[in-house]
Design a protein around this ligand. Structure first.
Ligand SMILES: [Zn+2]
Length: 366
């Protein structure tokens, strides 16, 4: 097959896939934050105002909305423009990510599919946050579980220039701790034992902490397993750097380090901004949902990426927020959607954001 033909074919499949998935994402946006509804139950889509089931022919992406002129066939009540908009956006997102990551950067198709699933979930989170100011834990904490592991397995997911902090940290570990070279079987055994032990220890310590600090809340199984996973991965990383010669220089070790470090820096930045903001304005400045979302974006974009992404999100937020406030006096604006747009952009175009920021800083340096 000619390369151009392959490109066109892949992009056509990506856009069709995106339009259909967009239809499903609409279901998630409506059902995830609402009590008593789950993504799988009821099976068929229904009209939010008359509850009538929607036939498949009235459920075609974008097309059905246009044919029905944005009204329900049964009760004629208006269907939000959000439905075709989400479908179009998902189609565009899938084409953009496939083109940039798979065709331009030469990333594997499997890594590309992982990215598509991740970005589609983030799109759902952005719309839910914009509407209800909730960032669902299923997406933020779920992503924080998956990304570091994915970075280890699909190594082409990390393509931005290497950050010095992760490199120095890894070099430090392998320099200061003793290394030796046992057989493969014992390496696997040692790493799994260390990982499992620290997984259990992390879960146990964090559960104790929650019971001490948040006694009235439930145990939060999902957050506890995240604490355990992060401890287990970090311990396995340190152990790997000690017992495997050359591991500290490998792509896998770098990916995992930069992902864990990015998570720490990302959630740390918003946490500190939130604490300072609360002290200054005497009311909660940032939700804890944003802390978790920044953890996810940090795991994805690395520590430098997530910091630049945060500044980009603040700029985008002020571009939209200041005129909105002047026009409508509306003070509440969800920050999540801006973080998500900026995070995805910073991840896919690390160099462009870098040079844009240098230019911006240059304006002040004179
Ligand atoms: Zn209806």
């Amino acid at each position: 097959m000619y390369p151009e033909m392959y490109d066109v074919l892949v992009l056509a499949v990506a856009s069709a896939f995106g339009l259909c998935v967009g239809s499903f994402l609409n279901v998630c946006i409506y059902r995830l934050p609402r009590e008593g509804l789950s993504v799988g139950k009821p099976r068929r889509s229904f009209c939010p105002s008359c509850k009538e089931k929607i036939s498949w022919s009235d459920n075609l992406p974008v097309l059905s909305w246009l044919l029905l002129r944005g009204r329900c066939r049964n009760c004629r009540s208006a269907i939000s423009i959000r439905y075709p908009l989400v479908e179009l956006l998902t189609g565009a997102l899938c084409v953009l990510v496939t083109w940039k990551f798979h065709l331009q950067l030469g990333g594997e198709l499997t890594s590309c599919i992982f990215l598509l699933v991740l970005f589609c979930s983030l799109l759902v989170a952005a719309f839910i946050d914009a509407e209800l100011r909730i960032l669902p834990d299923e997406i933020t904490i779920g992503g924080m579980h998956l990304i570091p592991v994915a970075m280890l397995i699909f190594q082409d997911l990390r393509f931005s220039p290497r950050d010095g902090l992760s490199e120095r940290l890894l070099a430090g570990i392998s320099k200061w701790l003793p290394t030796w070279a046992p057989s493969t079987v014992s390496v696997v055994a040692i790493l799994s034992l260390v990982g499992l032990f620290f997984f259990a220890a992390g879960c146990w310590v964090y559960r104790g902490y929650r019971r001490w600090r948040l006694p009235e809340e439930s145990d939060g199984f999902f957050s506890i397993s995240l604490a355990g996973l992060l401890c287990g991965l970090s311990a396995a990383l340190v152990a790997g750097a000690c017992i495997l010669p050359g591991f500290a220089e490998s792509k896998a070790a770098y990916n995992l380090t930069s992902s864990l470090l990015g998570m720490l820096v990302g959630s740390g930045v918003v946490f500190i901004v939130g604490v300072v903001g609360t002290l200054v304005f005497r009311k909660p400045a940032m939700g804890f949902g944003d802390v978790k979302l920044m953890g996810l974006l940090g795991a994805l974009a690395g520590c430098w990426g997530v910091i630049t992404g945060f500044f980009l999100a603040c700029m985008l937020g002020s571009l939209v927020g200041i005129p909105r406030r002047l026009l409508y006096g509306n003070r509440h604006l969800a920050f999540g959607p801006f973080l998500i747009v900026a995070g995805v952009f910073v991840y896919l175009w690390p160099d462009a954001v870098d040079s844009a920021l240098k230019w911006y800083m240059g304006l002040f340096a004179g």
